[in-house]
Design a protein around this ligand. Structure first.
Ligand code: ADP
Ligand code: MG
Length: 398
């Protein structure tokens, strides 16, 4: 995939109406009060919006929220987002009552340079997730330029993330540009050695990532719950650890692939186990592959930490996806924390992808020490799998 895409700086937007796809899929309080519990994604959209306004564009913002499945669900209205965006921008954000209905069309038509309109939840329209060309055409008819800045949604070919690009000149906003520069740069032309640290819960959810990174990395490090399927496949005893019997052959294939390609593949040499899956579990540290019955592996052990941190030290680029253990429980967070600390100290370019990985780095307090933390969980995974992202592929090449 070509990651070199035109950005908002490569097109003339002065005096034009710009349809801006944002990722305003923010977490809301469960009580239906309309309170946004984390506005990070709204704040992340500000640089592109402010740039467009300063350049003299009129901004027609749109986003999905949740999964209303083509029906109007008042609890998934973007109204609270309009209110918060308005506070952050320090100017009125006009809220449309629909996506491409009479109200949206009238408000878009009347919109002036420097003003912001927010359309309703794009998934209130049945055609959104089907990438219906009629819906895409209707959305495109409101504007003259399309700017995509919803990295969290670029792995989906929906009307507002990809379809509209058939009808308007399409470029990236600053958020997507940053993701393409860092993740795309690390995949296509990394500063070497490239070290990939892969963890998380299951092998089955990371097959594509392991496979693709074995193609391009110099070292691949395996941690987290998926390490136990690798261990079991090699005849290790894994007790009650996370285990996917059907993926043992795949694990062995990956080990063989690494050897054939000359990629250094590191697996845990020791494990911190718990006697149950809970924050108050008793702990026991054992050699890898020697987990006693009744215990489960929940973190990498201290010798593994040393091994993995040493590999990071001289890296040119580190891509990290997937926590090393059940970091949500403090007794099993040491491995993930040590890796985060090692990344914070290396001179390497450090890139964090994956929703839980980003949360772990944030929670442990290392967020501002990383070169780039991806804002898209699923999208960053598909990016690292080497898949074509429809919301990126549809943008104009530079
Ligand atoms: P990401 O969202 O960054 O791609 P994943 O979703 O693959 O990461 O995995 C994150 C989850 O994996 C965390 O909730 C963590 O508790 C869990 N995990 C890590 N190690 C283990 C383990 N040894 N046993 C069970 N769960 C684990
Ligand atoms: Mg996850």
């Amino acid at each position: 995939m070509n990651y070199n895409k035109k950005t908002v700086k490569d097109v003339e937007v002065a005096g034009k109406k710009v349809l801006l796809r944002c990722d305003f899929n923010v977490p809301m309080a469960k009580d239906g009060s309309g309170v946004i519990t984390d506005d990070k994604r709204i704040r992340a959209a500000l640089p592109t919006i402010q740039y467009l306004l300063a350049e003299g564009a009129a901004v027609i913002a749109c986003s999905h929220m949740g999964k209303p499945k083509g029906e109007v669900k008042p609890e998934l209205s973007l109204k609270p987002v309009a209110a918060r965006l308005s506070e952050l921008l320090g100017q009125e954000v006009i809220m449309a009552a629909d996506v491409v209905g009479e109200d949206a069309m009238a408000k878009a038509a009347a919109l002036k340079a420097g003003q912001v309109l927010l359309l309703e939840n794009t998934r209130f329209e049945k055609g959104e997730t089907k990438n219906d060309p009629e819906l895409a055409k209707a959305m495109a008819s409101m504007a003259e330029v399309y700017v995509s800045d919803a990295f969290g949604a670029v792995h989906r070919a929906h009307a507002s993330t990809a379809g509209v690009a058939d009808y308007l000149p399409a470029v990236s906003g600053f958020l997507i540009q940053k993701e393409l520069d860092f993740i795309g740069g690390a995949l296509a032309n990394p500063k070497r050695p490239l070290v990939a640290i892969l963890g998380g819960s299951k092998v089955s959810s990371k097959i594509g990532v392991i496979n693709n990174l074995l193609e391009i990395a110099d070292t691949v490090i395996i941690g987290g719950g998926m390490a136990y399927t690798f261990s079991a496949a090699q005849g290790g005893k894994i007790g009650n650890s996370l285990f996917e019997a059907d993926w043992q052959d795949y694990a062995n294939e990956m080990v063989a692939k690494a050897a054939a390609k000359g990629v250094k593949l590191l697996l845990p040499v020791d494990t911190v186990c718990g006697d149950k899956f809970g924050p108050d579990a008793n702990t026991l540290t054992v050699e890898a592959g020697q987990i006693p019955d009744g215990w489960e592996g929940m973190d990498i052990g201290p010798k593994t930490v040393e091994l993995y941190c040493a590999a990071v030290k001289d890296a040119g680029t580190v891509i990290w996806n997937g926590p090393m253990g059940v970091f949500e429980f403090p007794a099993f967070a040491a491995g993930t924390e040590a890796v985060a600390e090692a990344l914070s100290k290396t001179d390497a370019i450090t890139i964090i992808g994956g929703g839980d990985s980003a949360a772990a780095v944030q929670q442990l307090g290392y967020a501002d020490k990383m070169t780039h933390i991806s804002t898209g969980g699923g999208a960053s995974l598909e990016f690292m799998e080497g898949k074509e992202l429809p919301g990126v592929a549809c943008l104009l090449d530079k």
